[in-house]
Design a protein around this ligand. Structure first.
Ligand SMILES: Nc1ncnc2c1ncn2[C@@H]1O[C@H](COP(=O)(O)OP(=O)(O)O)[C@@H](O)[C@H]1O
Ligand SMILES: [Mg+2]
Length: 238
């Protein structure tokens, strides 16, 4: 077998010829036609595009939350959709951090418990879990809120809990869907600064869907989703 090129070895996330169509009653809705993307270890990529262009669909496929209609996703050298649900969940828990728009915090649990969850799923001892969760909650500035439940926190605080939960496993790659979409400008800036700081510190790859061009421009590169494919750079129409 040919040795892999260094460039290839350095990729944490690759998608090839990714296609997704939805079936709505008897109507076929093509969303992604042919999407190709390679994300290097430590690289940050912004995905921009019109509302409805398929950005969330793409992140769901990259995170193994939905099945592609064709094509493949390779995460940490593993064909994500060839795995059983259990193995895919395992890989996602080890390698990915997900920060989605409606952060999916568990409402009946405190901030601390929410952040502990991914580590408990990994089977780490409770004591280790709590100390790592407290450390990351401190980094996101929430030491004073660890016993609070999501319903009693502000939007910005909840989003910081979601970020802490995504980072607590020290994932190789973070997927974020409009992570500041529901925050005011000042909280959004704060959350972004924080994410960038942590990503640099941990050398995490970062794929972020965003409307915010100021944020997008801080990434290593920008790709635009347009008519079902990804193109390099910023489209004037996007
Ligand atoms: N589960 C679904 N069933 C049918 N259509 C869907 C589904 N999810 C998304 N779509 C459609 O796919 C298109 C892309 O949606 P989405 O990925 O949410 O776009 P974006 O995040 O860029 O706004 C939209 O036309 C949307 O209506
Ligand atoms: Mg979306």
């Amino acid at each position: 077998m040919m040795p892999k090129s260094l460039a290839e070895e350095n990729m944490i996330l690759i998608c090839q010829n990714l296609k997704k169509t939805y079936q709505d009653a008897d109507k076929v809705i093509p969303v992604l036609e042919d999407v190709n993307l390679s994300v290097k270890a430590g690289e940050s990529v912004a995905i921009v595009g019109r509302s409805g262009s398929g950005k969330t669909t793409l992140l769901n496929l990259l995170g193994g939350l939905e099945e592609p209609s064709a094509g493949k996703v390779v995460l940490a050298d593993t064909d994500l959709h060839a795995l059983s649900d259990r193995k895919r969940g395992y890989l996602r828990n080890r390698v990915l951090g997900l920060i989605f728009q409606f952060h999916h915090l568990l409402p009946e649990f405190t901030a601390l418990e929410n952040v502990c969850m991914p580590l408990l799923i990994q089977g780490l001892p409770v004591k280790t879990t709590i100390s790592r969760a407290l450390a990351i909650l401190e980094k996101v500035g929430l030491s004073h809120r660890v016993e609070h439940k999501p319903a009693t926190m502000s939007g910005g605080e909840r989003q910081r809990v979601a970020i802490a939960r995504a980072l607590v496993t020290e994932p190789k790659c973070i997927l974020a869907d409009e992570p500041t979409g529901n925050l005011d400008n000042q909280s959004a800036d704060h959350v972004y600064e924080l994410m960038m700081e942590l990503i640099r510190e941990f050398g995490t790859s970062f794929v972020v869907v965003t409307h915010d061009l100021n944020l997008a421009k801080r990434m290593d590169r920008i790709v635009s989703l347009d008519r079902g494919t990804l193109v390099d750079g910023l489209l004037s129409s996007a």
